[in-house]
Design a protein around this ligand. Structure first.
Ligand code: ISL
Length: 529
């Protein structure tokens, strides 16, 4: 659980990443959907928040079957979001504020409208046929194997014209690329170069652990723990469809490419891998010092575990223990795919979650809107947009509630758009918005800003070592230390006060009023010196 001794640790270690979901950040042209010019207008807000890097969910041309995660051209900007010129201007403006910009690279699949796939499906003998994964029907008919799409149903789609199935781990409109074909790899690494040449600071790489499938495409093992009514994806274990050794080799090649751009420029380009795996397997995505892979394999542990001090203590210890000595940690509590943290935990504990995220050892990723504490959002059935919800309705898989627009003020559509937004706003947007919270010293927004500025001013929080401490049930306690200086973090994960005799000066409490010596108040988080 070492800290990083280098005071000159790179930005992706010291910094905080802010995820912007472009469709829902700021609309500048009145179509109810956010865009690049809108993001540019709001850059001062992002900079003043105190984060260091912005990760943009996909902004490439897309039919939007999966809201941008179906890319029809890797080297251009979706007209709905703007143009390449708008992008270049945004990037300049990001850099002018001392921030970094990460794009979302989607290598596992393209859109079915991508010219590569249009060619590939045109005939069995087309030169691009092998850019995707085509197979004949199983001997008795039906799909070639038992793989299941993450969105439910078989992972194979029958193509009437050429009488073969193609593999697609997500929607039928998202055919999986064949990364075993060297031409695919060359084209995709070329697309990364296209954006690195324009000056981006790196990528968040979508479903990186999916990109190569086991040779021969064997059936996946049945998951004995799956029950009907649960996510159909989990009916089988993704043993043969994900986490292949060959995908690690590609991840190392992507890293070598990023490192080529970092070398000698004093500007490090960083790669974040979206990978859902148990920690000991997640840790392998760091690679080795000789052959590094991604800088940060996303750690989704806090989203996947029960909100309980003992459970989280064990989780943190296991994560730290699983990291290779050269692996820098990272933490996530929200995203455009996961339920809102305040919806899951309630408002009081969402404040604790923010303190946890911003005081753990490792790079935090903060999801837009979580700094306002946006909670549950009711999406009327007629307004559901998410293909995951539409394909397996009513079992809690919908992602729309986490993708609703940012609320800036109490004007029309919360200042997000002059038009009706593509998704409804959260019900309490008239009071839960940036302008309102700006003036409220106790707001979630101001708590977030204070935590971010404290983190920046305290090297112990940015890069210090972490030591888990014993604490009474309900309280998660740890120390962050650097150069003999230690900060103590006490988080009461329960709605009851817990007796605990702590010492030190209170730097911050998540609650208003005086911290009470001898206890951690109900739903209180404390940072002590
Ligand atoms: O949630 C998951 C892991 O437990 C998976 O279902 C899934 O692999 C994950 O959500 C992947 O998400 C990414 O790729 C998808 C896209 O729909 C998501 O928005 C994106 O974040 C396909 O590109």
């Amino acid at each position: 659980m070492d800290g990083d001794s280098q005071q000159d640790a790179p930005w992706w270690k010291r910094g905080v990443i802010y995820q912007v979901y472009p469709r829902s950040f700021q609309d500048s042209d009145g179509d109810g959907i956010g865009d690049l010019a809108g993001i540019e207008q709001r850059l001062d807000y992002i900079a003043a928040l105190g984060v260091d890097a912005v990760w943009l969910s996909p902004v490439f041309p897309s039919p939007m079957a999966d809201f941008g995660y179906d890319v029809a051209d890797y080297c251009d900007i979706e007209p709905m979001f703007g143009s390449l010129a708008d992008f270049d201007r945004l990037l300049d403006q990001v850099h002018a504020r001392g921030l970094k910009l990460l794009l979302d690279f989607v290598p596992n699949h393209t859109s079915d409208q991508h010219p590569w796939f249009v060619e590939s499906r045109s005939s069995r003998t087309n030169p691009k046929r092998d850019w995707y994964i085509w197979r004949g029907a199983a001997p008795g008919g039906g799909p070639p194997n038992n793989w299941i799409s993450d969105f439910g149903g078989s992972a194979w789609t029958w193509d009437e014209a050429t009488e073969q199935y193609y593999l697609r781990a997500f929607l039928p409109q998202q055919p999986d690329l064949n990364w075993r074909n060297p031409a695919v790899k060359a084209a995709m690494l070329g697309a990364m170069r296209f954006w690195l040449d324009r000056g981006v600071d790196g990528f968040r790489i979508d479903v990186l652990w999916h990109i190569v499938k086991a040779e021969g495409l064997p059936d996946n093992p049945i998951n004995p723990r799956w029950k009907p009514g649960r996510n159909e994806r989990d009916r089988v274990l993704q043993t043969h469809s994900t986490d292949r050794p060959e995908a690690h080799l590609i991840s190392a090649e992507m890293r070598a490419l990023a490192d080529d751009y970092s070398r000698g420029t004093g500007r490090e380009r960083a790669l974040i891998g979206e990978i859902f795996l148990p920690y000991e397997r997640l840790a392998r995505w760091y690679g080795t010092p000789e052959r590094p892979q991604v800088h940060l394999p996303f750690n989704f542990g806090l989203m996947e575990h029960r909100w309980d001090a003992a459970v989280l203590r064990k989780l943190i210890a296991e994560y730290e223990a699983a990291l290779p000595p050269w692996g820098w940690p990272n933490w996530v509590v929200g995203s455009h795919d996961a339920p809102r943290i305040a919806a899951r935990l309630g408002e009081a504990q969402a404040r604790i979650a923010m303190m946890l995220l911003l005081t753990l050892r490792g790079t935090p990723t903060l999801y837009q809107g979580d700094e306002l504490g946006i909670g549950e959002v009711d999406i009327p059935p007629a307004r559901v947009q998410d293909p995951r919800e539409l394909r397996q309705p009513g079992i809690g898989l919908g992602r729309d509630p986490s993708r609703t627009p940012m609320a800036w003020d109490d004007s029309v559509s919360a200042g997000f758009s002059a038009a009706e937004p593509w998704l409804p706003l959260h019900a309490d947007w008239r009071t839960r918005n940036v302008a309102a919270q700006d003036h409220d010293a106790g707001s979630m927004l101001n708590l977030t800003r204070t935590l971010l500025s404290l983190r920046k001013s305290q090297a112990a929080l940015e890069i210090g070592a972490l030591r888990l401490l014993d604490a009474p049930p309900g309280v998660l306690a740890y120390e962050r230390c650097i150069d003999g200086r230690a900060l103590l973090v006490l988080l009461n994960l329960t709605p009851e006060a817990v007796t605990f005799s702590w010492e030190g000066t209170v730097l911050l409490s998540t609650l208003s009023g005086e911290a009470a010596p001898g206890m951690v108040r109900a739903d209180e988080g404390l940072i002590l010196e």
